[in-house]
Write a protein that binds this ligand. Structure first.
Ligand SMILES: NC(=O)c1ccc[n+]([C@@H]2O[C@H](COP(=O)([O-])OP(=O)(O)OC[C@H]3O[C@@H](n4cnc5c(N)ncnc54)[C@H](O)[C@@H]3O)[C@@H](O)[C@H]2O)c1
Length: 372
């Protein structure tokens, strides 16, 4: 198969769909890889790295789209990219179609077959192609939060680990899933006094068994949250209610009860945010202040560490990408129901029920799509 990887063109996106390692794995299996000139630069991979891996470098996105059987990307195709997609071409990338009727319409019109990273599943009920980005965002949260806590950035001027004789920062993590667990691990590793809150007793038991005394955990009620938030130097919002906007767990009124210069890091901002005063920010201007409390609300946190994120995403997508290339999408999806769950669009028809419901479009069963 001819696999193509264009340069990402969405603003502030520095990741790339294929690492040189992934390109090499594909080439070793007899596939051809074409990559747009400069595509990996944002993540620290040069054209020479790709050429050494056996990929062919092409100048423009037009050439990549015109020649490749499968397009591997990171972000959903932008309008100009969607115009270049064609019938029978396979697209493997993040799509997030439910809130995006325009993209959905264009993909349907293109006649392509599109497999969305975010709906591929695994045996444990997880989302294996979303999890690496949650791991990155979770681990980044205490790092950006501790920077924001510094006096010059508007914070309280508290050091995460304290020093002998001075207490460490108090960090509260709301939501103990992938983001929250990784955030708590790093904050505890920096020496902070960390408490994680979650609504799932099963999850709290797991955290208690696995992490012991590394950080505390508590059942998430409005009362417990309010008490911990009042005392916190940093609060990290990491909740997710699947399919719904994030619940607002800290109100504006509560800010006045917090310590001046305390920091809120709202990782759940991509689902609307879990603090009433959160509004999405960018890496160019990531923080702002409300009622004396600093907020960090960047919606695409993994972009800040594009190299790590590209490698983490590449490790997760590579086995699926290789299967798609080796077997063709039909056989690969037939053999792996989790990959079939990723099928969102095929030959002008929507094949993912939740997107159909959100957009009011009829859906073709993915199993029937395999037969077409
Ligand atoms: N900003 C970014 O760049 C970025 C990157 C990755 C993920 N995210 C977002 O981070 C959020 C968390 O993602 P995740 O992968 O950790 O999800 P997850 O499903 O692994 O974990 C979410 C956790 O929240 C808990 N929860 C739900 N309601 C709660 C409540 N009221 N109080 C306490 N806990 C509650 C759940 O029990 C679950 O354990 C999502 O909104 C995700 O989209 C953002």
């Amino acid at each position: 198969m001819k696999i193509g990887c264009p340069t990402e063109i969405k603003p502030q996106e520095f990741r790339v769909g294929m690492t040189p390692d992934a390109a090499r794995e594909a080439v070793l299996r007899g596939h051809e890889v074409v990559i747009q000139q400069g595509a990996g630069l944002g993540a620290g991979f040069t054209d020479e790295d790709y050429a050494a891996a056996g990929a062919v470098i092409l100048d423009t996105a037009e050439e990549i789209f015109a020649t490749a059987d499968m397009i591997v990307k990171v972000k959903e195709p932008q309008a100009v990219e969607r115009k270049m997609l064609r019938e029978n071409q396979l697209l493997f990338t993040y799509l997030h179609l439910a809130p995006d009727p325009e993209q959905t319409k264009d993909l349907l019109e293109s006649g392509c077959t599109a497999i969305a990273y975010e709906t591929v599943t695994d045996d444990r009920g997880g989302l294996p192609l979303l999890a690496p980005m949650s791991e990155v965002a979770g681990r980044l949260a205490p790092q950006v939060g501790s920077w924001t806590l510094q006096k010059a950035n508007g914070g309280r001027g508290v050091l995460m680990g304290g020093v002998p004789g001075v207490a460490p920062a108090k960090v509260v993590v709301i939501g103990g899933g992938v983001v929250g667990t990784h955030a708590a691990k790093i904050a505890a590793g920096m020496g902070a006094d960390v408490t994680i809150l979650d609504r799932s007793l099963t999850r709290l038991k797991y955290l208690d068994d696995v992490f012991g005394r590394t950080f505390k955990n508590q059942y998430s009620t409005a009362g417990a949250t309010a008490e911990l938030v009042r005392e916190a130097d940093m609060v990290i919002g990491a909740v997710l209610v699947p399919g719904a906007a994030a619940p607002k767990l800290v109100s504006r009124a509560q800010l006045s009860e917090m310590k001046p210069g305390a920091v809120l890091v709202d990782v759940a901002i991509d689902q609307g945010g879990c603090f009433e005063t959160s509004k999405a920010t960018t890496h160019a201007d990531p923080i702002y202040e409300v009622d004396g409390i600093m907020h960090y609300c960047v919606a695409n946190m993994p972009g800040a560490v594009a190299r790590t994120s590209t490698q983490a995403l590449g490790n997760a997508t590579m086995p699926f990408m290789l299967n798609l290339a080796n077997k063709g999408w039909r056989q690969a999806c037939e053999d792996d129901p989790h990959l079939l769950n990723g099928l969102n669009v095929h030959a002008g028809q929507l094949t993912y029920y939740a997107v159909g419901e959100a957009l009011g479009i009829d859906v073709l069963s993915p199993k029937l799509a395999l037969k077409q």
